[in-house]
Design a protein around this ligand. Sequence first.
Ligand SMILES: Nc1nc2c(ncn2[C@@H]2O[C@H](COP(=O)(O)OP(=O)(O)OP(=O)(O)O)[C@@H](O)[C@H]2O)c(=O)[nH]1
Length: 381
Amino acid sequence: MAMMISVAALTMSGAMLWLTHGLGSEGLKQWGWGLFTYAVALPVLTLRPMVPEPLSIVAGNTLLAGAVSLMLWGYYRFLKLPANRWLIIGPVLLTTLCMLVFIDQLAARVIANGLISGTQALLMGVIVYRHRQLTPGRGYQLLLAGCCIGVTIFYGRFITVGSGAVTHIDSLGAHLLQTLSFVGSLASVMLDSLGFIGMIKERADERNRRLAMFDELTGIANRRAILDEFGKRFSEALRHRLSLCVLMIDVDHFKQVNDNYGHQAGDRVLKAIAEAIGTRLRTQDSVGRYGGEEFMVVLPNTSHSCGMLVAEKLRCSIRSTPIDIDGRTLTLSASIGVLGSPITAGSTVDAMIRASDAALYRAKSLGRDRVEQGVLDMSQT
Ligand SMILES: Nc1nc2c(ncn2[C@@H]2O[C@H](COP(=O)(O)OP(=O)(O)OP(=O)(O)O)[C@@H](O)[C@H]2O)c(=O)[nH]1
């Protein structure tokens, strides 16, 4: 049985190491080496007398503790936290020490091993639970379930042997306790590993979802997401006969920032302006990056006149936002085109965007740093 478990662990570790070869792998590499160590530990523990008994006991158990430590290290890497060295090295050193001290006392070894391995599983479970908000999906649930099985199996060994409930144990035989330990440890390691892979996949999915929705530079919605939002708000306004307002905001003379201070300074300006806009909107309003230095704001249930007021407030706010560029303070202005309208059957999203865009370009041609109102041209809808 130990050989079968070893082959299963070896296969999985090989697959993990192959998958992560040459990649910065968020801890998958350490976890893969942990599985490999686990796979090596089992034959070392069970192939007696091919492996001399003292070596088998000390090396096998140390490798098992090391396997869990490597997995824990992998989990710390996944969390992007510095690993707590004592939690990683401590159980390995303690296991080696206990195995050396109790080399001739099987019961004492089982008790010590149960206590150390159970505590390792408990520690992993506690760390996973404490960081559950980072990846609260099914991967987390599997990993936690694996830790719970580990805690049950190893503390079970510690309690049953420590309390004297089991006295005649044969470390290599088919004793129920040993069988349960092997099977439970395999279940625990497999659930932990599948859970960990699941967590990495969930995080990658979430990252891709964010990349698809949010502008990487400013953190606000990207063009696709703000257009989606506008579409949704438009349908809602049409259904309930509400007003909807759209603002197109374009930073004035932004090219000069790039030319005079560099592209990175330009990026910082865009971030600061996105923040200045975002913080002054109501929770139901949305802002997105429509293009290079152009932002789109959607104001649901807002009339044209209220939209003009919001636009004026945003213009002043951008004008009064100091932006620190390498010790120098820049202030920029923006031109804004506004189109607010009760949404009726004849209105379209495209016509509203066209009208607000036209207003924006009128604001530019009239000298910039101003708000202009758009006119909805129904003939082109
Ligand atoms: N730093 C930075 N620059 C960008 C980004 N996207 C677009 N740009 C730059 O934004 C500038 C836009 O320039 P223009 O369209 O001429 O507009 P402007 O200089 O703001 O002039 P007006 O809009 O007419 O006031 C270009 O130089 C683009 O390279 C970005 O993500 N980061």
